[in-house]
Design a protein. Structure first.
Length: 288
Protein backbone atom coordinates (compact mmCIF):
# COMPACT_ATOMS: atom_id res chain seq x y z
CA UNK A 1 0.00 0.00 0.00
CA UNK A 2 1.22 3.49 -0.85
CA UNK A 3 1.98 5.73 2.14
CA UNK A 4 2.45 9.42 2.94
CA UNK A 5 4.47 11.16 5.65
CA UNK A 6 2.77 13.35 8.25
CA UNK A 7 4.30 15.74 10.75
CA UNK A 8 2.18 15.80 13.91
CA UNK A 9 2.55 17.69 17.13
CA UNK A 10 1.35 20.17 19.70
CA UNK A 11 2.99 22.76 21.93
CA UNK A 12 1.50 24.33 25.07
CA UNK A 13 2.96 27.36 26.89
CA UNK A 14 1.56 28.03 30.37
CA UNK A 15 2.08 30.43 33.21
CA UNK A 16 1.15 28.97 36.61
CA UNK A 17 1.09 30.72 39.96
CA UNK A 18 1.65 27.45 41.87
CA UNK A 19 2.74 23.90 40.94
CA UNK A 20 -0.28 22.34 39.20
CA UNK A 21 -1.00 18.60 38.75
CA UNK A 22 -1.77 18.02 35.09
CA UNK A 23 -3.01 15.21 32.81
CA UNK A 24 -2.75 15.42 29.02
CA UNK A 25 -3.62 13.31 25.97
CA UNK A 26 -2.03 14.77 22.84
CA UNK A 27 0.06 11.80 21.68
CA UNK A 28 -1.52 9.04 19.54
CA UNK A 29 -1.01 5.38 20.36
CA UNK A 30 2.21 4.98 18.43
CA UNK A 31 1.95 1.20 18.57
CA UNK A 32 -0.52 1.40 15.69
CA UNK A 33 1.57 3.78 13.59
CA UNK A 34 4.67 3.51 11.44
CA UNK A 35 6.78 6.04 13.35
CA UNK A 36 9.77 7.67 11.68
CA UNK A 37 10.60 9.82 14.70
CA UNK A 38 8.83 11.06 17.81
CA UNK A 39 9.65 12.79 21.04
CA UNK A 40 8.70 15.08 23.91
CA UNK A 41 10.32 18.32 25.02
CA UNK A 42 9.67 20.38 28.14
CA UNK A 43 11.08 23.69 29.36
CA UNK A 44 12.11 23.58 32.15
CA UNK A 45 12.66 19.84 32.58
CA UNK A 46 9.43 18.17 33.73
CA UNK A 47 9.09 14.50 34.68
CA UNK A 48 6.37 12.97 32.49
CA UNK A 49 4.74 9.71 33.59
CA UNK A 50 2.46 7.46 31.54
CA UNK A 51 -1.06 6.63 32.66
CA UNK A 52 -3.80 4.53 31.04
CA UNK A 53 -7.48 5.41 31.36
CA UNK A 54 -10.60 3.20 31.44
CA UNK A 55 -10.72 2.97 27.65
CA UNK A 56 -7.09 2.06 27.10
CA UNK A 57 -6.00 5.55 26.07
CA UNK A 58 -2.46 6.41 27.14
CA UNK A 59 -1.70 9.90 28.41
CA UNK A 60 0.92 11.75 30.43
CA UNK A 61 0.66 13.05 33.97
CA UNK A 62 3.01 15.54 35.58
CA UNK A 63 3.21 18.65 37.74
CA UNK A 64 3.23 21.91 35.83
CA UNK A 65 5.82 24.07 37.65
CA UNK A 66 5.14 27.55 38.97
CA UNK A 67 6.11 30.21 36.47
CA UNK A 68 6.27 29.92 32.69
CA UNK A 69 6.74 26.50 31.10
CA UNK A 70 6.35 24.67 27.81
CA UNK A 71 5.57 21.07 26.97
CA UNK A 72 5.54 19.82 23.40
CA UNK A 73 5.26 16.57 21.47
CA UNK A 74 6.30 16.16 17.83
CA UNK A 75 6.50 13.21 15.46
CA UNK A 76 6.78 12.15 11.85
CA UNK A 77 4.63 9.13 11.00
CA UNK A 78 3.83 7.17 7.88
CA UNK A 79 0.12 6.73 7.08
CA UNK A 80 -1.70 4.90 4.28
CA UNK A 81 -2.40 6.96 1.16
CA UNK A 82 -6.03 5.88 1.31
CA UNK A 83 -9.41 7.24 2.30
CA UNK A 84 -11.16 6.08 5.46
CA UNK A 85 -12.55 2.56 5.05
CA UNK A 86 -16.21 2.25 4.09
CA UNK A 87 -18.71 -0.54 3.42
CA UNK A 88 -22.25 0.56 2.50
CA UNK A 89 -23.45 -2.98 3.22
CA UNK A 90 -22.02 -3.21 6.76
CA UNK A 91 -24.94 -4.33 8.98
CA UNK A 92 -26.07 -3.01 12.33
CA UNK A 93 -25.57 -5.68 14.98
CA UNK A 94 -28.37 -6.68 17.35
CA UNK A 95 -27.47 -5.54 20.85
CA UNK A 96 -27.38 -9.20 21.95
CA UNK A 97 -24.57 -9.89 19.46
CA UNK A 98 -22.36 -6.92 20.30
CA UNK A 99 -18.94 -7.50 21.89
CA UNK A 100 -18.54 -6.32 25.47
CA UNK A 101 -16.23 -3.48 24.40
CA UNK A 102 -19.04 -1.86 22.40
CA UNK A 103 -21.68 -1.84 25.13
CA UNK A 104 -20.56 1.33 27.00
CA UNK A 105 -20.97 3.24 23.76
CA UNK A 106 -24.70 2.56 23.63
CA UNK A 107 -25.41 4.61 26.77
CA UNK A 108 -26.12 8.32 27.30
CA UNK A 109 -23.19 10.38 28.55
CA UNK A 110 -22.54 13.91 29.76
CA UNK A 111 -22.31 15.52 26.30
CA UNK A 112 -24.13 12.86 24.26
CA UNK A 113 -27.64 12.71 25.77
CA UNK A 114 -28.99 9.99 23.51
CA UNK A 115 -31.95 9.51 25.86
CA UNK A 116 -33.07 13.12 25.33
CA UNK A 117 -32.66 12.84 21.54
CA UNK A 118 -34.26 9.41 21.25
CA UNK A 119 -37.62 10.67 19.97
CA UNK A 120 -35.99 12.84 17.32
CA UNK A 121 -33.62 10.07 16.27
CA UNK A 122 -36.40 7.54 15.72
CA UNK A 123 -38.59 10.13 13.98
CA UNK A 124 -35.81 11.10 11.59
CA UNK A 125 -34.06 7.79 10.97
CA UNK A 126 -36.19 5.00 12.40
CA UNK A 127 -37.71 4.23 9.01
CA UNK A 128 -34.34 3.67 7.33
CA UNK A 129 -32.80 0.24 6.88
CA UNK A 130 -30.38 -0.41 9.78
CA UNK A 131 -26.71 -0.45 8.81
CA UNK A 132 -24.00 1.70 7.28
CA UNK A 133 -26.34 3.67 5.03
CA UNK A 134 -28.48 4.75 7.99
CA UNK A 135 -25.37 5.89 9.86
CA UNK A 136 -24.30 7.84 6.78
CA UNK A 137 -27.75 9.45 6.71
CA UNK A 138 -27.20 10.56 10.31
CA UNK A 139 -23.84 12.06 9.35
CA UNK A 140 -25.45 13.84 6.38
CA UNK A 141 -28.14 15.25 8.66
CA UNK A 142 -25.72 16.51 11.33
CA UNK A 143 -23.44 18.07 8.71
CA UNK A 144 -26.39 19.95 7.22
CA UNK A 145 -28.28 20.70 10.44
CA UNK A 146 -25.40 21.85 12.69
CA UNK A 147 -23.47 24.72 11.13
CA UNK A 148 -19.75 24.69 11.90
CA UNK A 149 -18.75 27.97 13.58
CA UNK A 150 -15.18 28.36 14.80
CA UNK A 151 -15.01 29.25 18.51
CA UNK A 152 -18.79 29.45 18.85
CA UNK A 153 -19.35 27.25 21.92
CA UNK A 154 -18.00 26.55 25.38
CA UNK A 155 -17.09 23.39 27.31
CA UNK A 156 -20.65 23.11 28.69
CA UNK A 157 -22.29 22.90 25.24
CA UNK A 158 -23.89 19.50 24.56
CA UNK A 159 -25.36 17.46 21.72
CA UNK A 160 -28.84 18.65 22.69
CA UNK A 161 -27.64 22.27 22.51
CA UNK A 162 -26.11 21.73 19.07
CA UNK A 163 -29.19 19.90 17.79
CA UNK A 164 -31.51 22.62 19.10
CA UNK A 165 -29.43 25.69 18.19
CA UNK A 166 -28.06 24.43 14.88
CA UNK A 167 -24.41 25.43 15.29
CA UNK A 168 -21.23 24.31 17.00
CA UNK A 169 -17.59 23.36 16.61
CA UNK A 170 -16.27 19.99 15.45
CA UNK A 171 -16.66 18.40 18.87
CA UNK A 172 -20.33 19.47 18.94
CA UNK A 173 -21.01 17.92 15.54
CA UNK A 174 -19.30 14.71 16.73
CA UNK A 175 -21.35 14.72 19.96
CA UNK A 176 -24.63 15.19 18.08
CA UNK A 177 -23.80 12.41 15.63
CA UNK A 178 -22.77 10.04 18.44
CA UNK A 179 -25.92 10.78 20.47
CA UNK A 180 -28.25 10.16 17.52
CA UNK A 181 -26.50 6.87 16.71
CA UNK A 182 -26.74 5.64 20.31
CA UNK A 183 -30.43 6.56 20.41
CA UNK A 184 -30.90 4.01 17.61
CA UNK A 185 -28.92 1.32 19.49
CA UNK A 186 -25.83 1.84 17.33
CA UNK A 187 -22.57 1.84 19.34
CA UNK A 188 -20.76 5.11 18.70
CA UNK A 189 -17.72 6.63 20.36
CA UNK A 190 -16.13 10.07 20.34
CA UNK A 191 -12.60 10.42 18.97
CA UNK A 192 -10.09 13.19 19.43
CA UNK A 193 -7.17 13.30 17.03
CA UNK A 194 -5.26 14.92 14.22
CA UNK A 195 -6.47 15.52 10.65
CA UNK A 196 -4.28 17.05 7.92
CA UNK A 197 -5.41 18.80 4.73
CA UNK A 198 -4.44 15.87 2.50
CA UNK A 199 -5.76 16.06 -1.08
CA UNK A 200 -8.37 18.65 -0.07
CA UNK A 201 -8.31 22.46 -0.27
CA UNK A 202 -6.58 23.79 2.88
CA UNK A 203 -8.94 25.45 5.33
CA UNK A 204 -8.43 29.16 6.12
CA UNK A 205 -8.57 28.57 9.88
CA UNK A 206 -5.61 27.91 12.16
CA UNK A 207 -4.70 24.25 12.61
CA UNK A 208 -6.20 22.58 15.68
CA UNK A 209 -7.02 19.17 17.09
CA UNK A 210 -10.01 17.50 15.44
CA UNK A 211 -13.04 15.64 16.80
CA UNK A 212 -14.74 12.86 14.86
CA UNK A 213 -16.43 9.54 15.66
CA UNK A 214 -16.30 5.78 15.24
CA UNK A 215 -19.33 3.51 14.87
CA UNK A 216 -19.49 -0.26 15.40
CA UNK A 217 -21.11 -2.06 12.46
CA UNK A 218 -20.66 -5.67 11.38
CA UNK A 219 -17.56 -6.79 13.24
CA UNK A 220 -15.51 -3.59 13.47
CA UNK A 221 -15.39 0.16 14.09
CA UNK A 222 -15.78 2.59 11.17
CA UNK A 223 -14.67 6.24 11.02
CA UNK A 224 -17.29 8.95 10.43
CA UNK A 225 -16.54 12.67 10.41
CA UNK A 226 -19.74 14.76 10.42
CA UNK A 227 -17.75 18.02 10.43
CA UNK A 228 -16.52 17.32 6.89
CA UNK A 229 -19.00 14.54 6.04
CA UNK A 230 -16.53 12.94 3.66
CA UNK A 231 -14.06 10.13 3.78
CA UNK A 232 -10.66 11.67 4.35
CA UNK A 233 -7.01 10.69 4.38
CA UNK A 234 -4.88 10.92 7.49
CA UNK A 235 -7.26 10.64 10.47
CA UNK A 236 -4.90 9.90 13.37
CA UNK A 237 -6.78 9.15 16.63
CA UNK A 238 -5.32 10.26 19.95
CA UNK A 239 -8.01 8.90 22.27
CA UNK A 240 -11.49 7.42 22.26
CA UNK A 241 -14.28 7.69 24.82
CA UNK A 242 -17.95 8.29 25.49
CA UNK A 243 -17.56 12.01 24.73
CA UNK A 244 -15.14 14.90 25.19
CA UNK A 245 -15.16 14.45 28.96
CA UNK A 246 -13.25 11.18 28.43
CA UNK A 247 -10.94 12.69 25.82
CA UNK A 248 -9.81 15.95 27.37
CA UNK A 249 -6.58 17.10 25.76
CA UNK A 250 -5.50 18.64 29.05
CA UNK A 251 -6.86 18.51 32.59
CA UNK A 252 -5.43 20.90 35.17
CA UNK A 253 -6.03 20.56 38.89
CA UNK A 254 -5.63 24.28 39.30
CA UNK A 255 -5.89 27.39 37.11
CA UNK A 256 -2.76 27.97 35.03
CA UNK A 257 -2.94 30.52 32.21
CA UNK A 258 -2.64 28.99 28.77
CA UNK A 259 -0.48 31.59 27.06
CA UNK A 260 -0.26 29.82 23.72
CA UNK A 261 -1.20 26.52 22.07
CA UNK A 262 -0.01 25.44 18.63
CA UNK A 263 -1.01 22.32 16.74
CA UNK A 264 0.66 21.00 13.62
CA UNK A 265 -0.72 18.36 11.26
CA UNK A 266 0.68 18.50 7.76
CA UNK A 267 2.27 16.37 5.08
CA UNK A 268 6.04 16.38 4.60
CA UNK A 269 8.22 15.02 1.82
CA UNK A 270 11.05 12.51 2.22
CA UNK A 271 13.39 15.34 3.23
CA UNK A 272 11.00 16.62 5.91
CA UNK A 273 9.88 19.70 3.96
CA UNK A 274 6.23 20.76 4.46
CA UNK A 275 3.74 20.03 1.65
CA UNK A 276 0.50 21.92 1.02
CA UNK A 277 0.41 24.15 4.09
CA UNK A 278 -2.51 26.41 4.95
CA UNK A 279 -1.97 30.02 3.89
CA UNK A 280 0.12 31.88 6.46
CA UNK A 281 0.61 28.72 8.55
CA UNK A 282 3.98 28.31 10.27
CA UNK A 283 4.63 24.59 10.89
CA UNK A 284 7.43 25.32 13.35
CA UNK A 285 6.72 25.78 17.02
CA UNK A 286 8.04 29.14 18.32
CA UNK A 287 10.38 27.33 20.68
CA UNK A 288 12.16 25.39 17.93
Amino acid sequence: MDTRLLALGASFRHVASVPTPTMIMIEPDLRGLDVVQAGWRTTPDIELCDYTDLYGNVGKRFVLPAGESVYAWKAVVRVPDALDDADPDAPQCPVTDLPDEALPFLLPSRYCQSDLLSGDAWRLFGGLEPGYRRVQAISDFVHERVEYRTGSTTSSYTAVDAFTNGYGICRDLAHTFVALCRALNIPARYVSGYLPDMDVPPLPTEMDFHAFAEVYLGDRWWTFDPRHNARRKGHVPICRGRDAADCALATYFGSPWLKRMLVTTHEVDADGNPVGLRTGYDPQFPDD
